[in-house]
Write a new protein. Sequence first.
Lengths: 155, 385
Amino acid sequence: MTNIEELVKQQAELHGTTRESLMPILQAVIRSERFLSEDAMVAIARELDISTADVFGTASFYTFMDTTPKGKNIIRVCKTITCHMKGKDAVIGALEDLLKIKLGQNTSDGKFSLLQANCLGWCHKGPVMLINDEVHPEVTPESAVEVIQGYLKQK
Amino acid sequence: MENKIKKVDLIFEQVDYLEILDRSFKRTQDEIILDIIDSGLRGRGGAGFPTGLKWKFAKNEEADQKYVICNADEGEPGTFKDREILTQVPEKVLGGMALCGKSTGATRGYIYLRGEYNFLLPQLNAAIDKFHEDLKNMNFDFTIEIKSGSGAYVCGEETALMESMEGKRGEPRNKPPFPTTSGYLGKPTSINNVETLVFALMIAKEGPTKFKEMGTFDSRGSKVFSVSGDTPKAGIYELELGMSLEDFVNEFGDGDTKAVQIGGASGFCVARKHFKETVIGFEGIPTGGSMMLFNSTRSMFNILNDYLEFFEEESCGQCTPCRVGCQQLLKGIEAVKKGIRPPSYLDELQKLSDTMRLASKCGLGQSAPNPFNSIINNFREEIIY
């Protein structure tokens, strides 16, 4: 069994194999792999005894369920109105310069993906960015760069 | 000058929620529900359905299993109060859910938490564990579980949320049947906003009178507002309902407020000349709490463009008026701005938005025309030039 099949099996044992377990299983794979590979979706379909198209159809509906490879850390900068007003473009520009990628791309070492997201619910403390599940409100271009440098030092 | 903004402290007040529940569990279902109906509490997520009636409908259904859902899929741009409530007083939310469970006969509750708030999971799960212990000691059968979202605004729509909980694409269902008849897994379900559940608990504590005496005839009680944009006082405030927008702007504006978006991206934009006659509440412009202030340095074209981009991305794509309508509104204003289309094209787009309002399946497509029409009507020149 491959790692991904093992992970799916383990999650199916934890959450069950009814249709309601699909979201928690998809979310667990995302937490571990950051994206849903074809292999992962086939394995999930087999465990839950539904079609792979159903799994893909569900996953592709949700913004946080990427079906293309993503970096180990996903940076999401909020782009909605107040964060836009408070300078999210400058934050994204600084991160693009630091990571040497454009919005929507992954770094070549596979450590980071840089994305935009719709309202993250921190409108009074914009601009805000999420790194995986961790939230960083009121960032400036400088503080955003510092946060990412912290991640770079970690590993 | 008299301060017409009345601050209230019901939501974030620390209370002995177990004592409230203990008292409520000794009452009948009808007694609790009648108090909620009498208080005039209406749903705080934005739609404003009378909470007591919702609970009554769910209670009147016969079923082997009923559910309570706490809608914590707070995705409306400009709204962040539910996150704050779940951070500061999670036990009051859980208490409100148990109260709803008791009143409607449900023994299982779910919190649908948006994926953007995953960082709340450890503390919420700890609160739920403690809550289960407390309920066990009180001999009351009710369990709560968290279901996570994964970044889809439309899942805040109650039936889309249930589809998502069932492991499907978050596409809204046809109504009727309403969730109180056929909700999660086809069972009677009462789904309430985070804030509504806390108010219900507070009404059970204080009785309906205190709540009813606040606000206006149509908008009883108080409401938690999320204030953002061009304001020196961005943040969360619980205020008595029924104030005029002028009073609100005097309190929160930066002295140069040109427009306020009430109710988030799906709400209405009010220009300065209408501040005086605009009432914040169900008789005027209702809001799920989002108040975004814009000063005269802001381009209303950019603001409308942001809103429409938001809807174009978040439309679930299930029904044509919304899927195509959101795209065309966005493309349309860009074309007018660039001079590819004449200014009169905005009138065509307004007709399209009327169609969306009438023909869309759920609140998303029905309300995407709100910011469009209110900004075009108030700031037409900024969209054209």
